[in-house]
Design a binder for this molecule. Structure first.
Ligand SMILES: NC(=O)c1ccc[n+]([C@@H]2O[C@H](COP(=O)([O-])OP(=O)(O)OC[C@H]3O[C@@H](n4cnc5c(N)ncnc54)[C@H](OP(=O)(O)O)[C@@H]3O)[C@@H](O)[C@H]2O)c1
Length: 243
């Protein structure tokens, strides 16, 4: 086995540690989206592959036999393309995909399909916290006029692209107490969240429930029709069976 771990999530970080411990020959790949990522436990390449052909060339050149895709549930371009390329090359592909979040009693969620659907629900004078990352900011342009706060890991390289918006720097994980305190300090009315799922980043939803805040929950994009594991443990079982 020679495994490629498509990384970019906490699960990928855990998998890198588990692969290292198990002595599985493996390399990780990061998109390079975060400027100073914490190092992973296995050798890591950084940067996109260019396109499907570039990805196929890489798999061939590195003699990759298995691809474990632990990218974020919203990194669907990468997942769809990787699954398709692997299928065409008879490389084993599996996705590590944590279950989506479901609302609990006391949650005030509006389920939306796209970024620009949020404006339909959010009043003009609301303060809105965007927990969605900088890549999709343009999708929220129709919220202009509201006070917007976008949290991101890296310091901004340019001013907020329109009036009424501001950046907040923060590197996860955040505890429920952290989130309660930041939402309270900023006077947040609405939270906009991608349905990423998982334990680590659900603290913002627990904080929103505690504070009675409304949440616009963006549904996940389509995922590849491929083998899926919900947990790191299940993915490692698959690796061990093939190793
Ligand atoms: N979307 C999110 O909300 C989110 C949140 C947390 C972390 N991330 C992580 O950030 C990365 C980029 O996410 P995205 O939303 O931009 O995904 P995307 O739209 O599916 O991918 C955009 C491009 O980034 C490159 N890429 C993505 N993951 C890569 C990886 N692991 N190794 C090498 N190249 C990769 C690919 O470039 P080429 O076409 O040049 O190969 C891909 O076409 C992913 O690894 C993802 O797990 C995303």
């Amino acid at each position: 086995m020679n495994l490629l771990l498509l990384a970019g999530t906490g699960e990928a970080r855990e998998l890198a540690r588990a692969l290292d411990r198990a002595g599985v020959p493996a390399v990780a790949s990061l998109a390079g989206a975060t400027r100073h990522p914490k190092p992973l436990a296995i050798p890591t390449r950084v940067g996109g592959f260019g396109d499907a052909q570039g990805f196929a060339d890489y798999l061939r050149a590195e003699k990759i036999s298995h691809v474990l895709d632990a990218t974020h549930p919203f990194a669907s371009r990468m997942s769809l393309r990787s699954a398709e390329v692997c299928a065409g090359m008879s490389v084993d592909y599996a996705q590590v995909l944590r279950p989506a979040w479901e609302p609990e009693a006391g949650d005030r969620w509006e389920m939306i399909a796209r970024e620009d659907d949020a404006a339909e629900y959010i009043a003009e004078d609301a303060t809105v916290f965007l927990a969605t990352g900088r890549q999709t900011l343009e999708g929220f342009r129709n919220l202009e006029g509201r006070r917007l706060i976008l949290r991101q890991i890296d310091p901004p390289t340019a001013p907020f692209p329109w009036e009424g918006g501001e950046f907040l720097i923060g590197r996860p994980p955040f505890s429920v107490e952290d989130e309660v305190s930041v939402f309270t300090r900023l006077g947040v009315d609405w939270l906009i969240v991608k349905n990423a799922g998982g334990v680590a980043s659900r603290s913002k939803l627990d904080a929103a429930r505690q504070l009675g805040l409304s949440v616009a929950m963006i549904a996940r994009p389509a995922q590849p029709d491929a083998r899926k594991f919900e947990t790191v443990e299940a993915a490692m079982d698959w690796v061990r069976r093939h190793g």
